[in-house]
Design a protein around this ligand. Structure first.
Ligand code: 5GP
Ligand code: ZN
Length: 141
């Protein structure tokens, strides 16, 4: 895909700090990390987003993110990890080559810069929930 920064990173024509590489995936450090150790796992083959990526590449990227998450928590000094995918500009996606964010989390609140983007523990509207679930069930068949 021309004009895709992540395709350029895979091709080696744009720089990156490499973490790991498999036949189908490439992992590298995020240039603007949310926390220390924030990295991205991408398929080598271009796909735009979660809606577009094929099952084989999604499986490969997810399994590599899990392998990396285990090392981040088990072998480095992270206390937890978040996986994040943004699908669509309205969902914070800014690079339109599928990627999973792997974000190490730290118990030390002075070190951990992430905050939950919704209010935990605030109950939702039951009617809105059931309406959405009903419509989605129909859509899913
Ligand atoms: P999104 O907002 O699409 O979920 O995430 C895109 C991520 O890619 C951002 O966290 C951003 O910092 C990172 N990013 C954008 N351009 C580059 C780049 O050229 N190199 C690296 N390493 N990361 C990038
Ligand atoms: Zn691409």
């Amino acid at each position: 895909m021309t004009n895709c920064i992540f395709c350029a990173i895979v091709a080696g024509t744009a720089p990156s700090v490499r973490v790991s590489e498999t036949e189908a995936t490439y992992a590298f450090m995020d240039i603007a990390p949310g926390n220390d150790g924030h990295l991205l796992v991408i398929p080598k083959r271009h796909s735009t987003d979660l809606l577009d990526i094929d099952a084989q590449d999604l499986t490969a990227v997810t399994l590599e993110a899990q392998r990396i998450a285990r090392a981040v928590v088990g072998d480095l000094d992270a206390d937890g990890v978040n996986l994040l995918n943004c699908c669509g500009a309205d969902a914070w996606q800014t690079v339109f080559h599928f990627h999973l964010h792997v974000i190490p989390r730290y118990a030390d609140r002075d070190r951990d810069r992430l905050r939950l983007p919704w209010q935990p523990g605030v109950p939702g509207d039951r009617q809105v929930m059931t309406d959405f679930a009903d419509r989605l069930s129909v859509a899913l068949g």
